[in-house]
Design a protein around this ligand. Structure first.
Ligand code: PMP
Length: 418
């Protein structure tokens, strides 16, 4: 793999930032805005290949964010890109969907254990919001229960009450509980009214920003399933972030708890825009009645890319590759932190690691280390979980660990050890 020479200059990125300030609110918005990351992060990138990305100045990074999830098999995957380009050349968005839509629905219904049908859209927000609408269209109930701190996209129902530009009415049907705490779910049911619960939405594990990741307690998952059955609500798993990286069948299949509806997006098509709502038989009729459409939802190229992504992931045992390399990274980071005198937590399924510093209430160390990683050529995030892809082989992990070791040394020099 060719590696561009590291150019110390940040001139090109800096010029684009200046131009962006004039024509884009805050110069950039949403989770790709690097304004809240350290000074050594680029804002604009030029290309990606395998497990690496290059910024507009030609600086190379080993990438552990993988576009915040979409890149599953590596950037610019030749086979997937060839299929997508070939499909798009025939007409990506036509008056009707291509046959890929049916083929993909068949593949996903076969793969996702709880699902009897599929609908496709573009973003995670589409899928989570459609799931809630399908639940409401089925039961006629209004309320949705979600965990405090969970992220389910930018639908008004899922945003914090104080989110700019939302109204109290946007939040009036949302009631919050604490993840992995069944008593708090019961309390939320009582608050919402037992006869008016449309859905309980859960992420597969707790992967909120700023905190250690936490596996789901199987007792909690079983309890939520029972509560949903008792009150006539849909159990929705928001598999947007985790889906395909941990289990192609759905992320609670390993613990034997099946949702009624599940929301998928990010990694489905290795970077091409696609989301899926998967549902079980009792929700088919309601889903068929809801207003659900989007100008670009039926584009054929992302669906062709998804078919290839799922096939290659399975043929190559990609989940195991990501698990093994993620574990190598996690173990390496733990050892390095200890050697440098830092007390850290490294959490999450190995395919989605996160390192936080203990006793770091302002995330000063987390930010300094992540920034030092960027400076040393590793792209990761101080407080949001990272993502492995199958292009992270052992040699890449070892090279990344050499760079993170330098980052720990930099932070020790800058801030001192714990
Ligand atoms: N749900 C979860 C769990 C997510 O992580 C995200 C995206 N970070 C979303 C929903 C929303 O997805 P999108 O940004 O594609 O709308």
């Amino acid at each position: 793999m060719s590696v561009s020479p590291v150019r110390p200059s940040r001139a090109v990125d800096s010029a684009y930032r200046d131009r962006a300030q004039r024509v884009i609110p805050n110069g950039m918005y949403g989770h790709l805005a690097t304004s809240r990351l350290g000074p050594d992060y680029p804002q604009f990138m030029a290309r990606g290949e395998g497990a690496r990305v290059w910024d507009v100045d030609g600086r190379e990074f080993i990438d552990f964010m993988c576009t915040f999830g979409p890149i599953l098999l590596g950037h610019a995957h030749p086979e997937i890109d060839a299929i997508a380009v070939e499909t798009a050349a025939r007409g990506d968005v036509l008056d009707c969907p291509g046959p890929e839509m049916v083929e993909l629905a068949e593949v996903m219904v076969d793969e996702v254990a709880h699902a009897d049908w599929a609908m496709f859209a573009k973003n995670g927000t589409d899928a989570t919001t459609l799931a809630l609408v399908a639940a409401r269209a089925t039961s006629g109930h209004r309320k949705v229960l979600m965990a405090r701190g969970s992220y389910h996209g930018i639908g008004g129902w899922a945003l914090p009450d104080e989110a700019a530009g939302t109204t109290p009415e946007d939040h009036v049907n949302t009631v919050r509980f604490d993840y992995n705490d069944l008593d708090s779910v019961e309390a939320a049911i009582e608050q919402a009214g037992e006869n008016d619960i449309a859905a309980i939405v859960c992420t597969p594990h707790r992967h909120d920003v700023f905190i250690d990741q936490e596996p789901v307690d199987p007792e909690f998952a079983r309890g939520v399933r029972e509560i949903c059955d008792r009150v006539g609500a849909a159990l929705i798993i928001d598999d947007v972030r985790v889906g395909l990286r941990v289990d192609t069948r759905g992320s609670w299949e390993a613990i034997g708890v099946r949702p009624d509806l599940s929301a998928w997006s990010k990694s489905l098509a290795n970077g091409y825009a696609l989301a899926a709502l998967m549902g079980s038989e009792p929700y088919r009729e309601g889903a068929g009645k809801m207003t659900a459409t989007g100008s670009f939802w039926y584009a054929a190229a992302p669906m062709a890319a998804a078919l290839a992504t799922i096939r290659i992931l399975k043929e190559t045992d990609g989940i195991e590759t990501m698990r093994a390399s993620g574990e190598r990274l996690q173990q390496g980071l733990r050892a390095q932190a200890t050697a440098h005198g830092f007390d850290v937590s490294v959490t999450g399924p190995p395919q989605m690691p996160l390192l936080l510093f203990r006793d770091d209430p302002e995330f000063t160390r987390a930010r300094a280390w992540a920034n030092a990683c960027a400076r040393n050529g590793v792209y990761l995030h101080p407080v949001h979980n990272w993502f492995m892809c199958t292009a992270h082989d052992e040699a890449t992990i070892d090279e990344a660990l050499e760079r993170t070791d330098r980052a720990f040394a930099d932070v020790r020099a800058e801030l001192g050890a714990d």
